[in-house]
Design a protein around this ligand. Structure first.
Ligand code: SAM
Ligand code: DTB
Ligand code: SF4
Length: 324
């Protein structure tokens, strides 16, 4: 622990302040982020979430990054919902490998009430294995959020994805306000909020700052903030977008850590395109969670063994008790 006064949690960040963080000399930014990290979390420990797609493809939404949208020809076929037995199998394997949270995703705009009943059965089955649960099912209304809370759901993932201004360049089938409303219903129902975004979709520096600012100025910070690096999938409108500079991505992690000091910052999609050194710098910048398991939803993620070896090299432990 660094012996410094812990600054108050703020919800009034200006875009200029966040842009100011993003252009600091790299080492100064890293030092500040690591200091904030050590004031709020145990060092050398990360939280592990394993993902499973419980409903693949044929999604009516047109999110320009997404291989599961029915609007693009990506080779991902629409499938029926998976069975509970399959979910239990995957969750057991994830637990055996050391994950403490199991996240189930569905390619829906919004679940129907019948869909939700199946998901609730899955949540109960995974909780019975002693794991934390997270689901990401698209937009929810108040009533659906309450049903999930009553089932004992621990986290709901719903990403803001980008800045309010850039959003309409990425999705036309819903508006930013819809996303914010879902986050409000989830928060009000008493479920932990998991919300972050994607970097590398052709957005500019101001959009990146705008995403972090919107997350940091929510009335309560999301407990979990996934920062995804775009996985470019052939057939999506973004498959030819230019690569993001690695240092710019690491800076986003550091700025997120500084403005949301008590949130878990998850180094999310895109790790297969990062070398060990880049990931190590992301952990130094304050990332303390990863998606752990060979697959994300439809694309690949590092093998369990590869992550275990990286954590060993870095002296990082998998733990459920990371709060200082
Ligand atoms: N359909 C639901 C929804 O959109 O909320 C849940 C599943 S959706 C695939 C969950 C999140 O995955 C998206 O909000 C987005 O942030 C992320 N995602 C999807 N495709 C991605 C890609 N190609 N690269 C990085 N992140 C991606
Ligand atoms: C999140 O922020 N990233 C995850 C999870 N939440 C659901 C999904 C990443 C998906 C990457 C593309 C794919 O595998 O389809
Ligand atoms: Fe559908 Fe979610 Fe993909 Fe958008 S991100 S197309 S809502 S699965």
């Amino acid at each position: 622990m660094i012996n410094a006064e812990t600054p108050a949690i703020r919800h009034n960040w200006s875009k200029e302040e966040i842009l100011g963080l993003l252009v600091k000399p790299f080492n100064d930014l890293m030092f500040e982020a690591q200091t904030v990290h050590r004031q709020n979390f145990k060092t050398n420990k990360i939280q592990l979430s394993t993902l499973m797609n419980i409903k693949t493809g044929a999604c009516p939404e047109d999110c320009a990054y997404c291989p599961q949208s029915a609007h693009y020809d990506t080779g991902v076929k629409g499938e029926k919902m998976t069975s509970i037995a399959d979910v239990i199998d995957h969750a057991k394997k994830a637990k055996d490998q050391g994950a403490n949270r199991f996240c189930m995703g569905a390619a829906w705009r919004q679940p129907t009430d019948k869909n939700l009943k199946h998901v609730i059965d899955m949540i109960i089955a995974v909780k019975n294995l002693g794991m934390e649960t997270c689901v990401t099912l698209g937009m929810l209304n108040q009533e659906q959020s309450k049903r999930l809370a009553d089932a004992g759901l621990d986290y709901y993932n719903h990403n803001l994805d980008t800045s309010p201004e850039y959003y309409e360049k990425i999705i036309s089938t819903r508006v930013y306000e819809d996303r914010l409303n879902t986050l409000t219903y989830v928060r009000d129902a008493g479920i932990n909020v998991c919300s972050g975004g994607i970097i590398g979709m052709g957005e500019n520096e101001s959009d990146r700052a705008g995403l972090i600012q919107t997350l940091a100025n929510l009335p309560i910070h999301p407990e979990s903030v996934p920062i995804n690096m775009l996985v470019k999938v052939e057939g999506t409108p973004l498959d030819q977008v230019s690569d993001i500079d690695s240092f710019d991505f690491i800076r986003i992690i550091a700025a997120s850590r500084i403005v949301m000091p008590k949130s878990y910052i998850r180094l999310s999609a895109g790790r297969n395109d990062m070398n060990d050194e880049m990931q190590a710098l992301c952990f130094m910048a304050g990332a303390n969670s990863i998606f752990y398991g060979e697959k994300l939803l439809t694309t690949s993620n590092p093998q369990f063994k590869k992550d275990q070896s990286l954590m060993q090299k870095l002296g990082i432990q998998f733990s459920q008790h990371e709060i200082a």
